[in-house]
Unconditional design. Structure first.
Lengths: 328, 281, 266
């Protein structure tokens, strides 16, 4: 396991995140429980799940915006928890963020140039002229005109703002971008453009993406690998093609069947009954058993173990699931 | 700055706001004239007879000592602006800093202390507090200013605290934190500038409140120690009105009334023009 | 469809004021909504679809803007000719609306049960006891297995999907002729969206309520609607049955939308 983590750009191992304020009689409440994932260089991993599943908490913990209760986040093989000040600075420079609401993620009283220069100035990149050039290059790399540098966020359209958000993430030359629902507030045609742009940037700059989304159609077009979260746990993970073609976990299947397909001839969406269980109050046994149509007798009493289901080769293409159906 | 031209443009379309702006500008020019020594310099000269009627020489007449009431009323504009500016500036500054700290570190001991101070200050009756401060600092000319600053910051502080708590969870602050910017830099660069609409409006409100309060305090003998103000003029007039001499009373209260109307109109218009929710898409 | 339509809009325009200038955001549109029909109003953000809904509900007034229409017929009534007083009597009863963000439609200080029961008391003149029974029954119909627990709790204690179902229950309490739903599932997860939309449409079919469903999602149009109006820059560019809209779009904007949606398909 450790050997593999070395080759990975980002490896998360047995990560648990607790809510700072909330406490129950049985101790601290967890937003994310015992989660592991890997992203190779230039890879795109999509983290999928309903709101409240813990996917945003996980993204924020990787960005060092939330404290980690237990487990490790390894970046280029080094534990982010054990870095000295200089190492931390370097890591922060290499891991950048893009947020959901493009307007809320840009400081309203600073123009685009100031916004793009901020990370460059903070990390003291090159000379002053270098920084100005890099800001101009970044804005062009995301397909915008240099004239926009003097504008303010409220003068841009939603799509332009999200491109600026991407430019700010890319301006320091990161190796990983953590993007939290970056397209879900955009129109469909604009979503398609941003998806194309992310794919092109990965191709050209070799940047890896952790892409947090609840929109499965966007994920399908973008991700190499998909991790499905439910109630603070990853219940299934694998290559995108396999997840969409032959989903293994009953929750993943329910998720895919609930999507309304833009074709009147296609089968109607299937309703997944019940309310989503919050990570705060995980049921005993499998987190999904209360809503699962295929639940077995022991699903309510025993936690399922993560299971390899393709078993072809132990590399990033592996397909894993946490379900008793696969481990009778 | 496109933001600033937007505000001016909006003010132009708001007639009441424009009227307020003109009135306040006129008073400001008067205050400036006094400062530069062009106006109201003869406010303490007893150049006329007692209680002369308004006329060509003394426009508003004279008071009991034979001083020119017009000159005194004009000189009081300077007193009012001085007190208004000092109190507005410092109370807004204190409110911004304490409110921002409390909001940024909400839930911590910093927040607890600031909110406790605000609670204590808000619960003391204001004039009692001022009287206590004036008594403690006997004869100090700035006792009144200090008392006002110490109590006026609480509203600004509460509003800024709430706004900072909201801004703190915005993604642009998260983005700044994710690259490891220091808290003080984030506060100065991304948080405080976005509370400026609150600060500007609160400063105008404090300005008006300070002028009003000065009049009341001077009337009670707790205010202006040397010089002249509308409050002192009103205090003088209490005796005169009974004797049928209204010049002091009308001049002081009339000018105070006009300035307050102007400021309230301007503050209303500013509030509308600066409210980000009213910004066009 | 020979019966008279539930809603009949004729030559509706909406103007908004911006920087002292009046700009038209809806430009003389006309359409009919048949009783019991689920009609989609589709378009990208800013095309005027939400303003159309607000105008029909009589929610555009004063500083917000101005509405002009030859007629907005709801059964025998003409909403365009009705004053604010008259509209208030109709709204929430003959025609009701569901918004994208359900929390804004709920009052945080009253229990869910009280808010729902009020609908029955106000619009249908039921007694306190009757109205609570009706509310309980309604909650069961929108899929809450334990209505008493929901009745006792407050809006903030519910999840987004539960809140939206509560708002739909309130909107459907009077069995309105027309339900206007403005992006009712856009803020929800796919699983919750399926739950909310299927429940809403099932209830409307039971009561014969017609739905005007405003959405930007062609998946929602294909799977839940009978007919669709395509809107662009304040004008209707296409009006077609859903099967025809996807198999044979007439307007080039519609075909662009349909092919973009196909590309994004799972």
């Amino acid at each position: 396991m450790n050997g593999m983590a070395d080759q990975m750009l980002l490896s998360v191992r047995n990560l648990t995140i607790e809510y700072p304020e909330a406490e129950s009689p049985s101790g601290k409440l967890a937003a994310v429980r015992d989660v592991s994932l890997d992203i190779p260089r230039g890879g795109i991993l999509a983290l999928v799940g309903e709101s409240g599943s813990g996917k945003t908490s996980l993204a924020h913990a990787i960005l060092q915006l939330l404290p980690i209760a237990s487990g490790r986040v390894l970046f280029q093989g080094r534990d982010l928890g054990g870095l000295d000040k200089a190492g931390m600075r370097a890591a922060r420079r290499s891991i950048q963020a893009v947020f959901q609401d493009p307007l809320a993620s840009l400081s309203p009283r600073r123009n685009i140039r100031q916004t793009l220069l901020e990370p460059l100035n903070h990390f003291k990149t090159g000379t002053k002229q270098d920084r100005v050039d890099r800001a101009a290059n970044a804005i062009e790399a995301v397909g915008l005109e240099k004239e926009l540098l003097d504008r303010y966020p409220h003068e841009l359209s939603g799509g332009q703002r999200q491109r600026v958000g991407l430019a700010r993430a890319l301006v320091c030359g990161p190796s990983l971008v953590v993007a939290d629902e970056p397209v879900s507030s955009l129109d469909v045609s604009m979503q398609a453009h941003i998806v194309e742009l992310i794919l092109e940037l990965r191709e050209r700059l070799g940047v890896a993406f952790l892409f947090v989304s609840h929109d499965l159609s966007v994920v399908r077009r973008l991700a190499d690998r998909v991790a499905v979260m439910y109630a603070g746990q990853i219940v299934e993970s694998g290559p995108a093609s396999q997840i969409f073609k032959s989903p293994a976990h009953p929750y993943t299947r329910a998720l895919l069947r609930a999507v309304p397909v833009a074709d009147p001839g296609h089968a109607a969406p299937v309703v997944l009954e019940g309310e989503p269980s919050l990570p705060l109050t995980p049921p005993t046994g499998c987190v999904f058993h209360k809503r699962c149509a295929e639940a077995l007798a022991n699903c309510s009493s025993r936690q399922p173990v993560e299971q390899e289901i393709t078993g072809i080769e132990p590399d990033p293409t592996e397909h894993r699931v946490k379900c008793h159906l696969w481990n009778p | 700055m496109s933001g600033r031209t937007d505000i001016l443009g909006k003010l132009k379309n708001d007639r009441a706001g424009l009227a307020g702006f003109l009135i306040v500008s006129l008073f400001f020019l008067l205050a400036l004239g006094v400062w530069l020594g062009w106006l109201g310099q003869g406010w303490s000269d007893a150049g006329g007879g007692r209680w002369e009627a308004p006329g060509a020489e003394h426009w508003f007449g004279t008071n009991v000592l034979g001083q020119d009431i017009f000159q005194r009323a004009v000189y009081s504009v300077r007193t009012a602006f001085e007190i208004g500016l000092v109190v507005a500036l410092f109370s807004t500054l204190v409110g911004a800093v304490l409110g921002a700290l409390a909001g940024w570190y909400s839930g911590s001991w910093v927040d607890g202390t600031v909110m406790w101070m605000k609670g204590v200050l808000d619960s003391i009756p204001f004039y009692l507090f001022v009287a206590a401060v004036a008594f403690a600092l006997q004869g100090q000319p700035w006792a009144m200013h200090l008392a006002m600053i110490a109590t006026f910051w609480t509203t600004t502080g509460r509003l800024v605290r709430a706004e900072v708590m909201k801004i703190k969870s915005m993604d642009y602050v998260r983005s700044a934190r994710s690259i490891g910017l220091h808290d003080s830099l984030i506060l100065a660069r991304h948080v405080l500038p976005n509370t400026s609409h609150i600060l500007l409006v609160q400063a105008t409100i404090a300005f008006v409140a300070a002028i009003k309060t000065e009049v009341i305090l001077s009337f009670l003998g707790l205010g202006v120690q040397d010089g002249v103000s509308w409050g002192l003029m009103l205090a003088e007039s209490t005796q005169e009105v009974l004797a049928g001499h209204f010049a002091n009373f009308v001049a002081a209260s009339g000018m105070l009334f006009l300035l307050l109307i102007g400021f309230n109109l301007l503050a209303d218009a500013l509030q509308d023009a600066l409210d980000p929710r009213q910004a066009a898409l | 469809m020979s019966a008279s339509p539930a809603l009949s809009v004729r030559n509706l325009s909406v103007y908004v004021r911006e920087d002292g200038m009046e700009r038209s955001v809806v430009d003389g549109i006309s359409f009919d909504l048949a009783a019991g029909e689920v009609l989609a109003l589709v378009g990208e953000s800013g095309c005027g679809k939400s303003k159309t809904a607000e105008a029909i509900m009589g929610l555009v007034s004063g500083a917000a803007g101005r509405v002009r229409a030859d007629a907005i017929g709801l059964g025998d009534l003409d909403l365009a000719a009705l004053g604010e007083r008259g509209l208030q009597k109709i709204r929430g009863c003959e025609i009701s609306m569901v918004f994208q963000e359900p929390l804004t439609a709920l009052d945080p200080v009253f229990s869910n049960g009280y808010q729902l029961a009020t609908q029955y008391r106000r619009h249908r003149g039921q007694s306190r006891k009757q109205s609570r029974d009706s509310a309980r029954e309604m909650l069961r119909r929108v899929g809450f297995p334990d209505p008493d627990r929901i009745m006792r709790s407050y809006p903030h204690q519910l999840s987004g999907g539960m809140r939206q179902r509560l708002v739909i229950a309130m909107a459907m309490a009077c069995k309105p002729r027309v339900l206007v739903a403005d992006e009712p599932s856009t803020a929800l997860d796919v699983t919750t969206q399926a739950q909310v939309l299927s429940q809403m449409i099932r209830m409307a079919r039971d009561t014969g309520t017609a739905i005007l469903l405003i959405t930007h999602d062609l998946g929602v149009v294909a799977q839940y609607c009978d007919r669709a109006l395509v809107m662009r820059r304040g004008q209707l560019v296409e009006d077609a049955a859903v099967t025809r809209l996807f198999s044979n779009p007439k307007h080039e904007y519609t075909s662009a939308l349909v092919s973009a949606a196909r590309e994004m398909r799972l």
